[in-house]
Design a protein around this ligand. Sequence first.
Ligand code: SF4
Ligand code: F3S
Length: 104
Amino acid sequence: TYVVTDNCIKCKYMDCVEVCPVDCFYEGENMLVIHPDECIDCGVCEPECPAEAIKPDTEPSLETWLKLNADYARSWPNITQKKDAPSDAKDWDGVAGKLEAHFS
Ligand code: SF4
Ligand code: F3S
C-alpha cells in the first residue's frame, strides 16, 4: 500500500484524490489518509502530491504512518473529489514536527 505522511498535514493539496482509480482517500481536518486495504498499489498518486507526502510502505520507518493511515481511514469520510487546498498550504510545506503540533 501507499501511505500519506507528515508533510500532508496542513498542506492538504488533494491532487492525489483526482488520480486515485479506486477512491481510497479519506479526509481529516488537516490531512488525508489512504485505506491500506483498498489501495491497489498503482503508485499514480505519489508523483502528483506537490508536498511529496505520499510514499510506498516499502520505505523504512513508516510504521507510525501506516498505522495512522489504517486507523483514520476507518473513521474519516471518503473523499472522491478534489477541493481547494488551504490558502496557507505553501507556508506549511516542509515545516518539521507537524504531527506533534497540528494533527487532529
Ligand atoms: Fe490510490 Fe494508487 Fe495511490 Fe493507492 S497508489 S492511493 S490506489 S492512486
Ligand atoms: Fe496531502 Fe499531497 Fe494529497 S499534500 S492531500 S497527500 S496531494
